[in-house]
Design a protein around this ligand. Structure first.
Ligand code: ZN
Length: 276
């Protein structure tokens, strides 16, 4: 990559923040609502999880290695185009596709998996401050894995003449309608295989990429070929169904992963309050 291209790419990666700050706060802060029984104590952590929901995005400003952890351009993989699946083990993926190719196209699923394993270790060691901050990071990466534009090479609509869709959708629209977004509580399941689970939700969420791009086209036409104030009600009306689903599924997945990590660590007793 030439220097100028690199600078532009880096600036863009910094700029695109996946669900915006409010979206990540909602996802992280709602996860403890799913807990019951001995995990009820986790409910007191809602504010901290929410407050730290964008820590990984903030780290991108200082850590040049952080940017690639927030996405995977899954459709850059020929295997995905042909079979809708890619090799899921990190080492196996490096071997098959080449380290440079894998890194260039984002490491989100593997980072989600390694963050989960860090959480299990911290639960075992009862390092509660670390537990709550790692859980907040995990929620961020889970949220990114539920944002269709974090799963495609066309992540800012540049391949379809829709540049800017990323922030129109995740920041401007989400910020405007955040109060209409609620998360319904439902039953949690133990995750049998974390890596499988992460890839499964990403394959599922990828499907909404085209609906989102089509909604953008329609809203643009309806707003007399502009992204003015009139554009957002149509974008929301067209994407509301799957956006609510993505946010609710993110919260629920975070809750399922935290609960599974806690079980894997031997169900340690959780303190009522954690001071950071
Ligand atoms: Zn992110």
């Amino acid at each position: 990559m030439k220097f100028k291209q690199y600078v532009t790419w880096f600036a863009l990666v910094i700029l695109l923040c996946s669900w915006g700050e409010k979206g990540h706060q909602k996802i992280n802060g709602s996860a403890p609502e799913f807990f019951h029984g001995r995990l009820n104590r986790y409910k007191g952590w809602s504010a901290v999880l929410s407050e730290h929901g964008s820590d990984p995005d903030n780290r991108r400003r200082t850590d040049p290695m952080e940017g690639i952890r927030h996405y995977i351009d899954i459709d850059a993989y020929q295997d995905f185009v042909e079979t809708h699946l890619i090799v899921e083990g990190k080492e196996e993926a490096f071997k098959k596709y080449g380290k440079e190719f894998v890194r260039k196209n984002g490491t989100l699923p593997w980072v989600t998996d390694s963050t989960y394993h860090a959480l299990v270790k911290q639960f075992k060691a009862k390092e509660w401050k670390k537990v709550v901050l790692t859980a907040a990071d995990l929620g961020h990466y889970v949220g990114d894995g539920h944002m269709p534009l974090h799963l495609t090479t066309n992540y800012d609509g540049e391949l379809t003449g829709q540049k800017g869709i990323h922030s129109r959708y995740e920041s401007k629209m989400i910020n405007q309608y955040i109060d209409s977004i609620t998360v319904k509580r439902s039953h949690l399941h133990k995750v049998k295989n974390v890596s499988r689970y992460v890839f499964d939700y990403m394959y599922f969420n990828y499907q909404f990429k085209d609906s989102l791009l089509n909604a953008d086209k329609l809203a643009f036409e309806k707003a007399k070929k502009s992204y003015s104030f009139n554009y957002y009600p149509t974008l929301w009306a067209q994407t509301k169904g799957f956006t609510l689903l993505m946010i609710e599924n993110s919260s629920k997945s975070l809750a399922e992963l935290i609960r599974t990590a806690w079980i894997e660590a031997g169900r340690p007793r959780i303190p009522r309050e954690i001071s950071l």
